[in-house]
Write a protein that binds this ligand. Structure first.
Ligand code: GH3
Ligand code: MG
Ligand code: MG
Ligand code: MG
Length: 324
């Protein structure tokens, strides 16, 4: 029976995964400026790893961050440079810190070997290099690198899920609360201004009821995008939930915050929201409540509460307006 294309692709993917698991098919940067020594190492690895050789450590340092490498092998017996210095530079730069390093040493070089290990070099091999030993050590490093990369990505995803709102990619209520607390403590201590805006879309239920939940979602996303585009880099826009948003603004007093609130109100009200070919443009407005750090016994919760009360007044007085 002939295997379907899908089965064949599945097979290729599984084989690829096995190769990766085994620490094969990696990208290795070799830093060695002596021909014979470099050839010996490249020959040992060439069957299953891609090896790029660089004689000059300074160039290797430049190339490594964008080269998607899995391992750097550094000779400590370079003719024209200091391999240990390269190792220490690699460890001190954010963009190269995570790349495993293996050093190649001459017998009797214990002192330099120890300095390398102290710097965070991951493994070493002693000359004359045994090809099988080298290959096995290289695979181990590559396997470990792939595993820690995987863990790091998972960790980043988990953090993202905990602090971002999935619909709009704005920060969520939980993150806003901790961010506001931090800013509040700093502002209160140094006597610096701090303001918040609470924004709520007017009659949002009508949008859902007349055009469907998907149209409502697209309005929420566009609303978030307009907020983001119209605040400073140091301001934080968050989605509290539903159709309610908060903007936290450090170094901003009540009068300035009112101006920002008015600008945001206008950037919502003046251009229709596009909700797809079928529905077209929707007129959307929002009401905005403003509050600032004002009193000696203020707290983040009290500031948010005043902003909420101001928002309530804006709704009561006819919506599509800003109240401080
Ligand atoms: P008001 O002007 O007084 O704020 O009226 P409103 O209709 O905007 O307020 P209300 O609180 O009555 O309705 C909010 C609606 O938002 C009800 C709820 O179904 C809808 N909603 C909440 N979260 C989402 C969401 O994630 N997506 C969509 N499409 N709708 C949502
Ligand atoms: Mg409401
Ligand atoms: Mg509303
Ligand atoms: Mg609401």
């Amino acid at each position: 029976m002939r295997a379907s294309t899908e089965e064949q692709m599945g097979f290729a993917a599984v084989m690829g995964a096995r190769l990766e698991e085994a620490g094969r098919g990696g990208r290795v940067m070799l830093v060695e400026d002596r021909e014979r020594a470099a050839e010996r190492i490249m020959k040992a690895l060439e069957e299953e790893q891609y090896v790029e050789r660089e004689a000059d450590p300074a160039r290797a340092l430049l190339e490594v961050p964008d080269g998607n490498f899995d391992l750097m092998i550094v000779s400590l017996n370079l003719e024209n440079a200091d391999g240990l210095r390269l190792c220490s530079q690699m460890r001190s730069l954010d963009r190269t810190r995570h790349l495993p390093i293996m050093i190649v040493v001459e017998p009797g070089e214990e002192a330099r070997l120890l300095r390398g290990l102290d710097m965070g070099v991951n493994d070493y091999i002693v000359r004359p290099v045994d090809p099988n030993e080298l290959l096995s050590r290289v695979r181990t490093q590559i396997k470990r690198k792939r595993y820690t990369d995987h863990l790091r990505t998972r960790l980043e995803e988990t953090v993202e899920m905990a602090i971002l709102d999935p619909l709009t990619a704005l920060h969520n209520r939980r993150y806003m609360a901790s961010h506001l607390k931090t800013l509040f403590e700093e502002s209160a201590q140094r006597g610096k201004p701090l303001s918040v805006l609470v924004l709520d879309i007017d009659h949002f239920k009508v949008i859902n009821d007349s055009h469907g939940h998907d149209a409502g979602d697209s309005v929420l996303r566009e609303f978030a995008a307009r907020l983001r585009r119209n605040i400073r880099g140091i301001d934080l826009a968050c989605r509290l939930g539903g159709e309610e948003f908060v903007v936290v603004m450090p170094d901003t007093d009540l009068a300035k915050a009112y101006v920002v609130g008015e600008r945001l109100r206008q950037c919502i009200a003046t251009a229709p929201f596009f909700a797809g070919e079928r529905i077209g443009g929707l007129d959307v407005t929002a009401s905005v409540g403003v509050a600032a750090l004002e009193f000696p016994d203020d707290t983040p919760d009290l500031i948010l509460k005043r902003a909420d009360q101001a928002l309530y007044c804006a709704k009561r007085d006819g919506r599509n307006r800003v109240v401080a």
